[in-house]
Design a protein around this ligand. Structure first.
Ligand code: CMC
Length: 426
């Protein structure tokens, strides 16, 4: 029985009754599935008003600045949990018990190595290949290495693929970096935590032991944690769409990586640093703010604004704390680039244009600054976002495949030529 419905009248004639579906939190949605059968489609480029699926994983209230994973606020997870625990939560649906946590960490450690041929594959990339280009290719290629976990109808195989992806992403990400800078690959050290191991593979060399300050490991873990999932964003929706055709999980995650790369999405953290370098000096900030407000100028203030958050980005609040801590541990508070970033943040937060349009610094503004302070090259920033987000992508993919689903097939408003007569005779 339909509890509530909306009525649609077209040209004052047909009246179609559309059921209203209620979620556990947030907006209700009008189920328009029957419109196609009535010769009508909805038009919503950019999906500003369209719920593309039903999901139990993540909830965002953009007005209030709330982000929940399986009901837990992101601030609490960042304070009390760690990345691997959040991975378990997102994929399995609940926080692990102490025993499940030990078991999960052991499983992830077991999968950290990659097939030796993947190393050879990386060596085939040009010396200056962008790490995102390499990662996209590598993850797609994983389906040619792990044939034993490609049956998407088998939950156990889906879980093994998820574990492989979570475990091998940092290894492959660090390998892309090492190839880019021409250093030998550093193999995973399974005695280290997830974040520490990643830093070890990034910065270690065969000649010297690499030691990292615990505050920096914690910041790295937080970066992964805060990027773990974010509801139906562009890359997650891409993963779901690719998966809806029955494609294997590695191919779907490669599609997600490609979607993440753009500067409007995950590429923003890299773009933030490029922008700060371009601004160069505090005295140039007004000129760049002017450009950001100019409709004729494509320039935007990178790291500001969000499609959903119109109050504040709760991830940015946590990331800001980490940012201050990292800068202080590394003694970089007076570094000109970081001072410039702080000044830009302050000016933009007070500027009428940004205040009126509710354009706040987002997670990428602060994560870009932290990653730069950690000594990670800008080309790696989006790779790190992809590494953290892999669990979100695979959890959404698994949720979709575990329930009845249909291939995603949007329609269009056609505005091209009407039927034309072929102009030439033979
Ligand atoms: N600088 C200047 N103006 C902006 C900015 C910005 N960063 N962001 C939005 N606006 C203006 C925009 O011009 C528009 O003005 P008007 O109403 O006069 O036409 C208004 O604000 C609304 O913007 P929109 O483009 O309709 O918003 P959107 O929801 O389509 O885009 C966004 C959201 C994140 C793509 C956009 O804010 C942006 O390009 N920000 C910079 C890139 C960035 O930091 N992206 C990372 C997002 S957080 C990480 C992630 O989840 O991927």
């Amino acid at each position: 029985m339909i509890k509530r419905s909306a009525k649609l009248s077209v040209d004052g004639k047909a009246v179609i009754e559309l059921p209203i579906l209620e979620g556990s939190l947030g907006y209700d949605v009008i189920d328009i599935g029957q419109l196609g059968g009535n010769g009508l489609f909805t038009y919503d480029p950019g999906f500003s008003s369209t719920a593309a699926c039903q999901s139990d994983i993540t909830y965002i209230d953009g007005e209030k600045g709330v982000l929940l994973h399986r009901g837990y606020p992101i601030e609490i997870l960042a304070e009390k949990s760690d990345y691997l625990e959040v991975c378990y939560l997102l994929f399995e649906g609940s926080l692990p018990t102490a025993e499940q946590k030990v078991d999960f960490e052991r499983t992830i450690r077991y999968h950290t190595m990659v097939n030796r041929s993947i190393e050879l594959f990386i060596s085939g990339f040009r010396y200056d290949a962008h790490p995102m280009a390499m990662l996209c290719g590598l993850v797609g290629a994983m389906s040619s290495f792990y044939h034993d976990s490609l049956d998407i109808t088998d939950q156990q195989q889906r879980t093994i693929s998820a574990h492989r992806l979570i475990a091998k992403m940092p290894t492959m990400a660090a390998m892309c970096h090492k190839h880019y800078i021409g250093q030998p690959f550093i193999y995973p050290d399974n005695s280290l935590s997830y974040a520490e191991n990643f830093l070890h593979m990034m910065f270690g060399t065969p000649c010297e032991e690499y030691k990292v300050h615990p505050a920096l490991t914690k910041a790295m873990d937080r970066i992964f944690l805060l990027h773990a999932d974010h509801e139906q964003n562009a890359s997650t929706s891409t993963v779901r769409l690719a998966g809806s055709s029955g494609a294997n999980p590695f191919a779907c995650i490669a599609a997600g990586i490609a979607a993440l790369w753009g500067p409007a999405h995950g590429g923003a953290n890299e773009a933030v640093l490029n922008m700060l370098n371009e601004i160069g000096d505090e005295k140039n900030i007004p000129q760049f703010l002017k450009r950001a407000k100019d409709k004729q100028d494509p320039f935007r203030l990178m790291g500001f604004g969000h499609r959903v958050y119109k109050n504040h980005d709760p991830r940015a609040t946590v990331m800001r704390e980490s940012c201050d801590e990292v800068l202080s541990v590394l003694g970089l508070e007076n570094d000109p680039l970081f001072k410039l970033a702080k000044k830009l943040e302050q000016i933009a937060l007070e500027d009428d244009y940004f205040v009126e349009k509710k354009l706040y610094p987002n997670v990428d503004f602060y994560s870009g600054i932290i990653l730069k302070a950690l000594g990670i090259p800008v080309e790696m920033f989006t790779v790190i976002f992809a590494t953290g987000r892999t669990v979100g992508w695979i959890s959404h993919w698994n949720e979709m495949i575990s329930n009845p689903y249909r291939i995603g097939r949007p329609r269009q408003l056609y505005t091209g030529a009407k039927t034309q007569k072929f102009p030439y005779s033979q």
